[in-house]
Design a protein around this ligand. Structure first.
Ligand code: SF4
Length: 292
C-alpha cells in the first residue's frame, strides 16, 4: 500500500482493509472484486491482486520461512523476500534498496549499472557478504539507514561516517558520480478511444487485452494507439505510471438494438456498480462524463 505515497495517506485504507480481512484466511476466502474495492484509490491494483493470490497460497501451504520460497509468492520480489527472510527468520541474505545501493556503491567504489541484471547481481553479492554475519537483520537495516541518514544523495555526511577511512568513492573523489544514474523511463503518449456502449442504462465492459495500461483489468472496449505527438482532439488526459493517456470518448447511439456481441469475458454493468469491477480512476473519469 505504501508504494508512491505516505503512511498518513495509507492509514485509513490499511485500517479498513484489516477490518474487512483480519487475517490471511479471511483474505484468501474473499472475492477478488471485494479486495479491489477495499484497494480503490490506492492505485497499483496489480499489488492488490498479487496480495490476494499470495494469501491463497499461504492459506494452503503456510507461510514460507526462507528466501527461496518467499520469492515464489505472487507479488514478492527480491527486496521483500530478502527483507522478510533476514528480519523474521535470520537468514543471511542482503537487502538492496535505493539507500543501501547508494551506500554500497560508494563505500566499495562500484560503477555498476545497478538497474540491469548483471550490475544488480554484483551489488547483491556485496550486500550478501555484509549480511553473512550473526545478525543479518540489523546489518540490512544498518546498510539502509546509512544511505538514508549519512550517505545522502546530495551532501553526504562523510565526516560522521564510520567508513570514512575505507570509502573508495571518497578516496578517489567520485562520490557525486555514484551510484550511476538510472536513465529515465521514457514517457509514452497514447490515444485511447474507449467505446461506451450504452443499453438500458448499462455499459459494456470487457477484460483489457489491447491497451498496455490497466492490462487484464475490467475496461471499456475500444482502441489504444501510441502517438509520436499529443493528439489535437481529446476529451481529457490521464497518467498511469509512464503512460500519458489522451482519452477520446466514443458513445455510439444505440436505439434498443443489441449491436454488440460481447466476448466471453464481458459484462453489462450499471454505472453505480463500476467500483465492483474496476476501482481505477481512469474508468471513473470516463463514467462520470457519460450521460446515461
Ligand atoms: S565516506 Fe561519505 S561517501 Fe563514503 S560511505 Fe561514508 S558517507 Fe558515503
Amino acid at each position: 500500500m505504501l508504494q508512491q505515497t505516505t503512511v498518513k495517506a495509507v492509514l485509513p485504507y490499511y485500517n479498513a482493509f484489516l477490518k474487512q480481512f483480519p487475517d490471511v484466511n479471511a483474505l484468501s476466502k474473499a472475492k477478488e472484486s471485494d479486495v479491489l474495492k477495499m484497494w480503490a484509490g490506492l492505485g497499483y491494483y496489480s499489488r492488490a491482486k498479487s496480495l490476494y493470490k499470495a494469501s491463497q497460497v499461504i492459506a494452503r501451504k503456510g507461510f514460507p520461512d526462507n528466501y527461496q520460497e518467499l520469492i515464489q509468492l505472487p507479488g514478492l520480489g527480491p527486496y521483500t523476500s530478502r527483507a522478510i527472510a533476514s528480519a523474521a527468520f535470520g537468514e543471511k541474505v542482503g537487502v538492496l534498496d535505493g539507500n543501501s545501493i547508494r551506500f554500497l556503491s560508494r563505500v566499495h567504489g562500484l560503477k555498476l549499472e545497478w538497474w540491469k541484471t548483471a550490475g544488480r547481481n554484483k551489488l547483491q553479492e556485496f550486500a550478501d557478504r555484509w549480511a553473512d554475519c550473526d545478525d543479518p537483520a540489523n546489518i540490512n537495516q544498518a546498510l539502509m539507514e546509512m544511505g538514508a541518514t549519512i550517505c545522502l544523495p546530495q551532501n553526504p555526511q562523510c565526516m560522521l561516517c564510520p567508513f570514512l577511512k575505507d570509502c573508495q568513492a571518497k578516496k578517489k573523489g567520485f562520490i557525486e558520480k555514484l551510484p550511476l544514474k538510472k536513465p529515465k523511463r521514457e514517457i509514452e503518449t497514447w490515444l485511447w478511444q474507449p467505446l461506451v456502449h450504452l443499453q438500458e442504462g448499462k455499459v459494456l465492459i470487457v477484460k483489457n487485452d489491447y491497451a498496455p495500461f490497466l492490462k487484464d483489468q475490467w475496461f471499456l472496449p475500444g482502441k489504444a494507439k501510441r502517438q509520436k505527438t499529443p493528439p489535437q482532439k481529446y476529451d481529457f488526459t490521464h497518467t498511469i505510471t509512464h503512460h500519458k493517456i489522451y482519452v477520446k470518448l466514443r458513445v455510439p447511439i444505440q436505439k434498443g438494438s443489441r449491436t454488440v456481441t460481447p466476448r466471453a469475458e464481458a459484462h453489462w454493468i450499471s454505472p453505480n456498480h463500476l467500483n465492483d469491477y474496476s476501482p481505477a480512476s481512469l474508468m471513473k473519469k470516463v463514467f462520470d462524463r457519460v450521460k446515461y
